[in-house]
Write a protein that binds this ligand. Structure first.
Ligand SMILES: CC(C)(COP(=O)(O)OP(=O)(O)OC[C@H]1O[C@@H](n2cnc3c(N)ncnc32)[C@H](O)[C@@H]1OP(=O)(O)O)[C@@H](O)C(=O)NCCC(=O)NCCS
Length: 255
């Protein structure tokens, strides 16, 4: 059997000029012991230490797959071995690529939820990603009051049943994706990051309350249903530049 050649990293990197790539992995599909041994070999001592701190084996497995995904995906765009990537954390713990020296300017963000891991990769600009399971929140009214604006709550509670749960998950993932792109963690007043699904049929639009010093026209946000149960959102600070094409690259680790 012949295997298709892996695409040239320089060409893959050049694609990121106009695109942002989202890599997905479903941890339940990564069970082959030889594969997992290979993933272990990719992680840094710090990542091994973090993995060891999880009490439950499924959580350790999830972490292993997520961090192997990030390293393998980054290596699609550079002549750097997956194990050789170095990371450093910002003030609120957002990780960024910090080495090896000479590596191209890749940016990424990672998100985990039950059954799914997602990583967005782009160049230069701030990026954030979030994946969530629909219906995870039980006290919808209480949580909505904490994280949604008044307008968002009105739009949410005009819906009923599963449609309401789905819309809540969509607001949540969008807000988290923006928060993660900014890298501010819980410092960000998320109620003041507002999304409107009514103004455009194509994508929800973003606006800010006065607590947030930012410009909506500098942001590209996208929402993607991954399955009936999962929603994914991406936020890119594209500034004055054009929108980037979002490309879903699901097939890891197979090709
Ligand atoms: C802290 C926070 C990043 C964690 O997010 P989460 O939904 O629990 O977890 P996710 O799986 O989506 O993201 C975790 C990954 O994001 C990355 N990350 C960590 N801190 C980050 C930060 N400050 N900014 C961006 N990314 C960060 C890491 O890669 C982490 O993965 P790792 O722990 O395996 O290394 C996020 O909750 C946050 O910034 N929230 C602030 C906004 C807020 O108040 N949201 C509430 C609902 S809208």
């Amino acid at each position: 059997m012949t295997h298709p050649r892996a695409p040239d990293p320089a060409q893959e990197f050049a694609r990121l000029e106009g695109e942002a790539h989202v890599w997905l992995a479903r941890p339940d599909e990564h069970l082959d012991p030889a594969l997992l041994e290979g993933y272990h070999a990719l992680l840094s001592p710090e990542e091994h230490e973090r993995a060891r701190r999880f009490v439950r084996e499924p959580d350790r497995h999830h972490f292993l797959v997520a961090h192997a995904l990030v390293r393998s995906a980054l290596s699609r765009y550079a002549e750097v071995r997956p194990a050789a990537w170095e990371f450093e954390k910002g003030e609120h713990d957002k990780p960024e690529v910090s080495g090896p020296s000479g590596a191209p300017p890749l940016r990424f963000n990672l998100s985990h939820t039950s059954g799914l891991v997602a990583c967005v990769i782009c160049t230069q600009i701030d990026c954030g990603i979030d994946v969530e399971c629909v219906g995870r929140v039980k006290d919808l009214a209480g949580v909505a009051k904490r994280v949604l604006s008044e307008g968002e709550r009105r739009a949410l509670f005009a819906r009923e049943g599963p449609a309401r749960d789905i819309r809540f998950t969509e607001y949540w993932t969008l807000k988290e994706a923006y928060a993660k792109a900014r890298g501010l963690g819980f410092q960000l007043p998320v109620r003041a990051v507002r999304f409107d699904f009514e103004s455009s049929a194509e994508a929800p639009s973003i606006s800010f309350g006065e607590d947030i010093d930012d410009r909506p026209e500098h942001w590209q946000v996208a929402l993607q249903p991954i399955s009936d149960d999962h929603r994914l959102a991406v936020a890119l600070r594209r500034g004055e530049g054009p929108d980037r094409e979002l490309v879903l690259r699901e097939q890891w680790p197979r090709g």
